[in-house]
Write a protein that binds this ligand. Structure first.
Ligand code: ADP
Ligand code: MG
Length: 729
């Protein structure tokens, strides 16, 4: 074993896990302790200011300057009592992570004197140096500066010594430069549209909120081993590495017991999460070795998403204390399951009804059916857009790669609901419905709750599955900001619900009774959306063929998926609902392409460097040992007998040369293609070139490197192997 690899392993073995003492406090005592939530505000604010902020949170009203000052002062005092010395506007630029710029609370007021200061204008608006964040050309075309603006719906929080204030990030000309702004707009639209549709069933519904419960998958790798792998450090994934003898075939990791050191890490990061009000509840092993998952109780989408971003951050910080590195990449290890972030999504009314949960009587079930069928229709009409919303270089390894959801978008609803929809479709006949037909229909609809008790009907291969009381969008990548998928899902749903309401109202105006109008409209949607429903195995080749016959898209890589953003109907949809203007959408398309190019470019460089600087020298060194051994045998035994005795060595020598040569030639071809791609002006063309010409060579290079790995003396191999990364406890 090479020295650096050996010392990395020794370091792991000689260490003990850190333990943190939480005292004996219960979660309920400290949950949300580090957040400035509404109840906290009630304690700290005047009656007036509290009313203003509450209305801003619940109704989206404006906070005037005077009250903003009061809120800022209360927030500052609270934060200082928690040990904060600085504050920052916390926002979600299009780089994919979160950003912050810290400023101190103190303000010098004379020689040797300072006060702690934080006023309303600092709370409400800030001007970060926007030029260092991606803007897809918006800033060249429009105005150079951008600002962050307070999102009062998401509570401020203290991490370490900093007060973090969730904000949106906007150009001075009004264009969104972040993920939060369009999400908030999409939520506003879907919530209004859903509320209007709810009026058919219950006039008491005053508001609807969309809900999100994400499930975060990740790998843990020991820090020392991680640091000995330049590819993990630079790209988050192992670009080389032969599959370990034991992978996940035995399925013994899933729901197996969690190793002690990992448990200590989990306890710690759950504690940190709970302080921040992130309702993390479940934790378990995943299918692959060293892969885990955590999930919170679901929340309102915007808050849930902020919490997910925060959690990823907390996880990384906490892992460092336990000498772990968190791998959030969608596919850190070839041949081993990748990581996703299932987005469980539904909508709930202020009367406490989950709109995707069948109710207790035919009326509430009609409501359920309405939202259920409209969701399917929305996915049917916008499957490609949904696919675009989850496109990333990392997720390309996962989608369609025979283990994760396929790149083909379809909806799974289970055999019983399928039958239900089929029955409905048939029984709602043209012309006036007879009273008997209506009664039978209502009876049928009334049966739904019993149907859903059957939980055996699950399909893990579907990208978009109904799971009893919510839809689960499973194709979202583990590193993703859920806002991308959630903006699209809620936008297409808003559009669909508005359309539905318009059509039902038209039928009612034409003389149909309300129930009949709704049923007929649903029937129309059931028929029109049929081809998006798929109950079979989403991983099979048959589905690829069947989907093609049905006319469903199979957008296999990021550049092709992102092309959807430039479609006319997509631009119109976002524009019509006021979520993204055509300029903003074009900018996003451009930024995503740039992100893709950068990721592949870095991977290509790392791949080339490791192949030439680590793997080739190790292979040649071993080859030299073989050569002197073979030479020695010939010297001692004579040409004929010596060659016979060195038969294996000679084959290895030849084999090493072959793999080294082909690997090196392919790396050189890849570098040439990279140079060609780099010279391209057009971003889209460049992304295509990176995908089709550069990335397409990765597997070939890896094949030869991985062959060398199992040939070369383990003592000489320079990189920690996958079995060490995956099985070191
Ligand atoms: P699974 O069998 O997929 O693990 P769970 O019931 O445990 O299903 O839920 C998984 C996730 O779905 C959790 O994060 C949970 O909070 C979330 N979830 C449950 N109900 C809803 C809902 N109505 N809206 C959004 N997410 C939900
Ligand atoms: Mg799930």
């Amino acid at each position: 074993m090479s020295n650096s690899r050996k010392s990395a392993l020794d370091e792991v073995l000689s260490r003990e896990a850190n333990h943190v003492d939480y005292g004996d406090r219960r979660v309920s005592e400290y949950f949300g302790e580090n957040t400035f939530h509404l109840d906290k505000m009630r304690e700290c604010l005047t009656e007036d200011a509290y009313k203003v902020v509450k209305s801003a949170i619940q109704l989206g009203t404006h906070v005037d300057r005077l009250h903003a000052d009061q809120i800022a002062t209360a927030m500052k005092d609270w934060a200082i009592s928690k040990g904060a010395t600085h504050y920052t506007h916390w926002f979600q630029p299009l780089t994919g992570s979160t950003a912050e710029k810290h400023d101190g609370f103190f303000k010098p007021i004379g020689p040797g004197k300072a006060i702690e200061r934080f006023e309303g204008d600092l709370l409400v608006q800030q001007e970060p140096d926007a030029s260092s964040f991606p803007n897809g050309g918006i800033r060249n075309t429009f105005e150079a500066r951008g600002y962050t603006a307070w999102d009062p719906t998401s509570p401020a929080f203290v991490i370490g010594k900093t007060l973090c204030i969730p904000t949106v990030f906007i150009a001075y000309t009004g264009e969104a430069l972040d993920y939060k702004m369009p999400l908030l707009k999409a939520l506003h639209e879907v919530e209004n549209a859903a509320k209007d549709v709810c009026q058919y069933f219950d006039k008491n519904v005053n508001s609807v909120g969309a809900t999100l419960g994400w499930e975060q998958e990740y790998f843990l790798v020991d820090t020392a081993l991680f640091n000995a792998r330049p590819d993990l450090m630079m790209t988050g994934r192992a670009v080389f590495g032969h599959s370990p003898a034991k992978g996940q075939q035995l399925d013994d990791h899933y729901f197996g017991s969690i190793p002690e050191r990992v448990t200590a890490f989990m306890r710690d990061f759950e504690y940190e999460s709970h302080l921040l009000g992130i309702p993390v509840t479940t934790r378990h092993n995943e299918v692959a070795p060293n892969q885990f998952e955590c999930a919170p109780m679901f929340e309102e989408v915007n808050i849930a998403n902020d919490h997910n971003l925060l959690l990823m951050d907390v996880m990384e910080k906490t892992a460092a204390k336990h000498n772990f590195r968190v791998l959030l990449h969608e596919k850190p290890f070839a041949g081993i399951n990748g990581s996703g972030k299932h987005n469980n999504w539904s909508m709930a009314t202020d009367t406490g009804v989950n709109l995707l949960q069948p109710g207790k009587n035919p009326k509430s079930n009609m409501q359920f059916l309405t939202f259920f069928v409209n969701t399917i229709m929305a996915i049917h009409d916008n499957a490609d857009l949904l696919r675009a919303s989850i496109a990333s270089a990392g997720n390309d390894h996962r989608l369609g790669a025979n283990e994760a959801p396929p790149a083909i978008i379809s909806v799974f609803i289970g055999s019983q609901l399928t039958k239900m929809l089929d029955d409905l479709e048939e029984s709602i006949l043209a012309g006036k419905m007879t009273p008997e037909a209506k009664t039978e229909l209502k009876l049928n609809i009334g049966k739904i709750p019993q149907i859903l008790l059957d939980n055996t009907d699950r399909n893990r291969t579907s990208p978009f599955a109904f799971t009893g009381n919510k839809f689960e969008f499973r194709a979202v990548g583990s590193t993703a900001n859920c806002a991308q998928a959630m903006t699209v899902l809620n936008t297409i749903m808003a559009n669909q619900l508005v359309e539905f309401k318009k059509n039902v109202d038209a039928r009612i105006a034409g003389g149909d009774k309300k129930d009949e109008a709704i049923l007929r409209e649903l029937q129309k949607l059931i028929t029109a959306s049929k081809k998006i429903r798929f109950e079979g195995n989403g991983y099979g080749q048959e589905w690829v063929e069947e989907a093609a016959k049905r006319g469903l898209s199979n957008l296999k890589d990021t550049p092709r998926a992102l092309d959807v953003y430039s479609r006319k109907e997509v631009k119109e949809l976002f524009n019509k609902l006021g979520i993204l203007s055509p300029v903003e959408l074009e900018a996003r398309h451009e930024i995503e392409l740039e992100n893709y190019i950068l990721k592949i470019q870095i991977e290509a460089r790392v791949l080339g460097d490791i192949a030439k600087n680590h793997i080739m020298p190790a292979a040649i060194e071993y080859q030299n040992i073989l050569i002197s051994n073979a030479q020695g045998l010939v010297d001692v035994l004579g040409e004929k007998e010596g060659r016979e005795a060195a038969r294996t060595q000679i084959n290895f020598i030849k084999s090493i040369s072959k793999h080294v040569n082909v690997m090196n030639d392919t790396v050189n071809l890849m570098i040439a293609d990279r140079k060609k791609a780099n010279a391209m002006e057009d971003t889209r063309e460049k992304a295509y070139a990176y995908c089709d010409d550069v990335k397409s060579k990765f597997d070939d290079i890896r094949y030869h490197a991985d062959k060398l790995e199992i040939m070369v003396d383990d003592e000489l191999w320079p990189l920690p192997k996958l079995r060490e990364l995956l099985f070191t406890k």
